[in-house]
Design a protein around this ligand. Sequence first.
Ligand code: ADP
Ligand code: ZN
Ligand code: ZN
Length: 753
Amino acid sequence: MVKTGNQIVGVWPLAGFDKILHYRVPEHLAGKIPAGALVKVPVGHRFTLAVVYRVDVKADVPESRLKSIVEAIYPMPVLTPDMVNLINWMVSYYGCKRESIIEAMIPSAVRLGKSALMEKTLSVAKKLKKEELAQLEKRAPAQYKVYQFLLQERNPLKKGVVIGQLKTSAAVIKSLVEKGIIAEEAERAERVAYDDEFSKGEHVSSQAITLNEEQRSAVESVNKSLDEAAFVVHLLQGVTGSGKTEVYLNALQKALDMGGSVIFLVPEVALTPQTVGRLRSKLLEQGTNKVVVWHSLLSDGERLDGWLALARGEARVVVGARSAIFAPLQNVKLIIVDEEHEPAYKQDEQPRYHGRDVAVYRAMLNKAVCLLGSATPSLESHLNVTNGKYLVNHLTKRVDDRKLPLIHVVDMRREIMKRRGLLTISDFLAEKIRERHEKREQIILFINRRGYSKSMICQECGYVAECRHCSVAMTYHRTDDCLHCHMCGAEKKAPYHCPECKSDAIRRRGIGTQKVEEVVQQIVPSARIVRMDADAMRKKNLFREILGDFRTGKIDILVGTQMLAKGLDFPNVTLVGLVDADISLHTPDFRANERTFQLMVQVAGRSGRGDLSGEVVVQTFTPHAMPIQFGRQADVVGFSEEEMSIRREFRYPPYRHLVQHLIRGPNPDKVSFLAEQWAKKVTAAIAEQSLDVELRGPVPCAIEKIKDSYRFQIWYFTNQVTRLVALLSELQKDFIWSDDVTHVLDVDPSNVG
Ligand code: ADP
Ligand code: ZN
Ligand code: ZN
C-alpha cells in the first residue's frame, strides 16, 4: 500500500527532453528537498538526475501513481530560487531549451552528481572508550585497524591513502562513518579560481583615489538606489578615461558592506586584466573578501571550486564574462555590466541569450541595482533612458582634466590616387608613427576584425578564391602561404595562376594584421612590433605576457584586431591608428552604423590616457559617412539622435524587438520550400490571433552557405516577444520539418545579415 499525503515536488529532468515531471518525497527525505535541489529519479526503467524547481506542487496524475525520489545528489541546492525564476523567464523569452540553460548554470561536475574532484578526508570523530575499543577489535577487526591508524594522525588523511595503505575497503569506512566514530569530509583541492592569473603581473596602483565631482555624484546616485533596496537600472555614461571603474568599485564596496553579493560582468576577462586586477586589489585591501574570476578557459576543477566558493557564500563577488550572470550567489544586491554595448554579451549558440538583458532581469528578481556602463551606450539603453526606465549618470570629462585625443580622418581615396595602387598605411599615418616612435611613445594600430580578409582575386576575369563549403572569400595567411576559410577552417595552397582563366594576374586584396605588421616594420625598422589577434588569444598566458611587455615598454607598437579596443589603459600610448574603418560599415547589418561609431570612439579612447596628450588617425574610403563624422567628434548625443531617427523610420530595434529565425540544410530548394510553408503558416496565425508582429522573408542569409549548409532566414519584428515565442512553439507541434533541415530562433540577435 502506498501511503498518501507525502510531499510532492516538480522536477526538470536532465535527460534530453524538455518536460516537467512530478515525484513524491519519500519519508527519509522529508523536508530535505528544497527547490533547486539535485535529485535522482526513476524515469521509465531508468534513473536520471533532475533539478527540483518547486516543492509542494499539485501533481497532474493521481498521487498513488507517483514514483518516489531515489536520493538527493548534492548536499545543497544547485540553483538559487532566483535562478529557478530566471530559467522560466529565459525559456519563455528566448524560446531556448531549458536544459541548455541549466547546463550553462551548473558546472558539469555538479550536474553529473560527481564531487569526484573533491578529495574526501578522514579523521577520528569520537575517541572510543577502552571497552568500546575492545568490542570493535573483536567484532570488526578491519574497522579497528582503520580507527587505530587514524588515531595516530593529527591531521585528516585522504580517504584514498587510508584505503591504499591498509588495503581496506570503502564499506569498512562507511560503517565507521555511520557509527559516528570517524568523520568523512570533502576537502577541496587548492586550485581556487579566485587566485586567477589573469590579473597577476598587471600593475595596479594602490594609491587612494579621490573621486571627482562627477564620479561622486554618480556614486551617490547608485548608493541611494542600493539603500532603497529597489530594482533600479543605472546607466553610467562616461567618456573613455573618465574613471567609470572607480564608480563601479565604490558601489561594489557599498553592496558588500550591506551584506550583499555582487556580479561584475566584463565583455571578455582575458581582455580586461586591469579591471580584474583593480577589483582584486581593492578587495584585498579589505582583507576579507574573495573574488571569483569566471571565464571560458577555466578547467573543470577550477570551475567547480569557484562555483562552490560562491554557492557556499565564501566569496561574494564574481567577475567574469557573460556566463558569470549565472553564478550561484545569494542575496545579489548589485550587478555591474561594463561596456554594456559590447556584442560579446550576446551568446550565439544555445542557449542564445543576451548577458546584459539577463543581468537586468536577474537584478529585477532580486530587487537589486543594475549598473550598466559605457562610453558609447547601445541604442537599446539609450531608448530606455529616454523612456525613463533607466536612470542616467554622466561622466563628461576625463580624470585630471586630461584631454580627449584629437581625431584625424584620412581620406584613403586620395591616398590611393597619389600612389596609384593599394595602400595599407597612408603617408600621414606613417609620419605620425615615425614622430611618436622617435619620442619613445607607444602606438596601437587596429584593423577591424571583420576586415581581416586578405582574399585573392584574379585581375583578368574577376575570380575570387572562395571556400568550397562556405560562400565566403578565403583569407590568405602569409605564415603558411595558404588560403584559410575563417568560417569552417578549410585550407588550401594559395594559387599562382587563376584556376578559371589561367592568368597569372592573381593578386591578394585587402589587408590583415600580418600585412600591417610588415608595412609598419618598414616605416620604423627599429621598432619592436608585436601582432595580437585571434591566434594570440588562444593561449591565455601569451596574451597576458604581451600586455605586460607592452606596459613595461618592451614593446613599442601593438598591431591588433578590434578586440584590443576594449578597456585597455596604457598611459604611454599617444597614437592610435584605425587602419580600416570601413569594413564594419559595409556589413548588411542594421547596426553597421552603430558598430562603426562605437569602434571609432572606443579605439580613440585608448590614446592619451596618461600625462601625454594623444592623437588618433582613422583611415577610411568614406570619410563623409555619418558614423565617421560623428565619431570624429566623439559626439554620442549627435550620433544617437541621428541613428535613432533612422531606426524609427524602419521601426528597427530598439523600437521593436527582432527575432531571427534561421533555417538551414544541405538542399537549398528544400530549405527554401519549407521556409516558405512555415512563413505562410505563421502569417496566418499572427493574423488570427491579431498579434502585432511583422514578418519578413524568408530570404537567403548574407552568407548563404556555411559548411555545405544553405541558410535562409525569416525576421519577425515585434514588441510581443513572449507571445510570439509561445505561438511559434505551438505551431511547431504540427509542422513537419524535414530531418535534414534544422531551424533555430535567435531573439535580439547581435549580428544579423
Ligand atoms: P574608464 O573606464 O572610464 O575608461 P578608468 O576607470 O579606467 O576609466 O580610469 C582611467 C584612469 O584614471 C585609471 O588609471 C584610474 O585609476 C584613474 N582614475 C580614476 N578616477 C580617478 C580620480 N578621481 N583621480 C585620479 N585618477 C583617477
Ligand atoms: Zn582569372
Ligand atoms: Zn569554409
